[in-house]
Design a protein around this ligand. Structure first.
Ligand code: FEO
Length: 407
């Protein structure tokens, strides 16, 4: 990797992490992830966000600093916009390398510096409106942005270049390689990053949509020319585009979702799958697009992304030992935690010797405030009359989705 210049004194540094590890110990990252840091070289030198000792990230950081003519020990200020260990895990070791560095974070961040890394001295709390003058015409202004997605989060803004260092806000999964700016990727590559931005948002940030909106409101008076997040692409051709995308995702909670159905299904011996086919035929009859996700075969991370954007949900599962099919119970629990709320939904499924999934399902979705069509359940193999009912229910679901989306 190499250091890229945002301006003649501001550098983008990043480590690409290609790993079998799960992000946050939960989410797969088949395209990896970048850990972005930023160097601001005034008369004093600031580094914005650090790394975790993961996939060679500290060595990459040191090498890229060197390309910018800076050693680890030269840095005067370490600005920690966010304390989650993907950006700070190497902090204690770095402090040993550079004991004079002053650490800046919000007051809550200072507490986390202590609890995670036992570092107390040389740590300064900053708040909205505070400014760090680095000389040579460069300043960092701090804007608290609590709960995007941790409570200590802040954004840093350099006014002479209009660079917003936004930490996790406006970030994405996916490695960058030798390019970091939006104008260096073609439309196909940007579409792939868009998919990974939605997955990142739905997995990491979705529970905090209200706080995303509040953070964006705080940017109203700023002339943002570059959005520089801590993961993924740096946006300089269309800085507003990524902000608007995040706002759109945040608004999915209230409506404006895509005119699509996300199908989440599991089947033990093919009987629920057979009924599902009839419902999907009905959805197709009405011309509504859909995505298909089988549990537990597909990781819930990817299901969340499609469920998050879709107005319609079709949940298909058999009864398993008097209750829900267990992998579906996990997905529904994630839907509650990640605010997949207020959807138009249908549940179907078979049972063997007795039902039971319905009761547990209805309890699970009660807090989600879904608008549910009447479920269809059947014993064993669905007969022709059941298949026809299922097909009609698929049409009803599609029509309800179109109505909810105003079409
Ligand atoms: Fe990228 Fe919330 O840490």
């Amino acid at each position: 990797m190499k250091a890229h210049t945002i301006s003649d004194r501001i550098y983008a540094l990043h480590a690409d992490i290609r790993t079998e590890d799960l992000f946050e110990g939960i989410w797969p990252i088949p395209d990896g992830v970048s850990l972005n840091s930023y160097l601001v070289k005034g008369e004093k030198i600031a580094l914005i966000d650090l790394v975790r000792d993961w996939g060679g990230a500290p060595a990459a950081l040191e090498a890229e600093l060197s390309q910018a003519g800076v050693k680890l020990a030269d840095i005067d200020y370490l600005v920690l916009n966010h304390l989650e260990p993907d950006h700070t895990g190497w902090l204690a070791e770095y402090r040993r390398i550079n004991p004079k560095v002053e650490i800046l974070a919000t007051a809550k961040g200072v507490e986390l510096v202590k609890s995670f890394y036992k570092v107390v001295d040389g740590v300064r709390a900053v708040k909205t409106g505070d400014e760090l003058d680095l000389g040579a015409g460069l300043k960092l202004q701090f804007i608290e942005a609590p709960n995007v997605h941790w409570p200590e989060t802040m954004l840093s803004y350099e006014p002479s270049t209009g660079t917003l260092f936004s930490c996790d806000a406006f970030g994405s999964f996916g490695m960058l390689g030798d390019r970091v700016f939006d104008d260096q990727f073609d439309s196909g590559e940007l579409r792939r990053f868009e998919e990974e931005t939605l997955r990142y948002y739905s997995n990491i940030v979705a529970s905090f949509g209200l706080f995303v909106k509040r953070a964006v409101e705080k940017l109203a008076g700023l002339d943002v020319k570059v959005v520089a997040p801590s993961h993924g692409i740096i946006w300089r051709r269309e800085p507003r585009g990524i902000v608007d995308r995040y706002l759109k995702y945040a608004s999915y909670l209230d409506g404006g979702r895509e005119r699509e159905v996300c199908v989440v299904w599991g089947s033990m011996y093919g009987n629920t799958e057979k009924g599902l086919g009839a419902v999907v035929d009905g959805i197709e009859d009405e011309g509504v697009p859909y995505t298909m996700h089988r549990v537990p075969n597909e990781d819930a991370s990817f299901i969340l992304a499609d469920a998050y954007k879709s107005e319609g949900l079709l949940i298909a599962m058999p009864t398993y030992e008097y209750k829900m099919f267990p992998p579906m119970a996990y997905v529904l629990d994630l839907f509650e935690r990640k605010h997949v709320w207020n959807r138009t939904a249908l549940r179907i499924g078979s049972w063997g010797w007795i039902g039971g999934a319905r009761k547990e399902y209805e309890e699970a979705i009660a807090p989600l405030k879904w608008s549910s069509l009447e479920s269809v359940e059947w014993a064993g193999v669905p007969d022709e009359a059941t298949l026809e009912l299922l097909r009609e229910r698929g049409r009803e679901l599609a029509r309800a989705v179109k109505k909810a989306c105003g079409s």
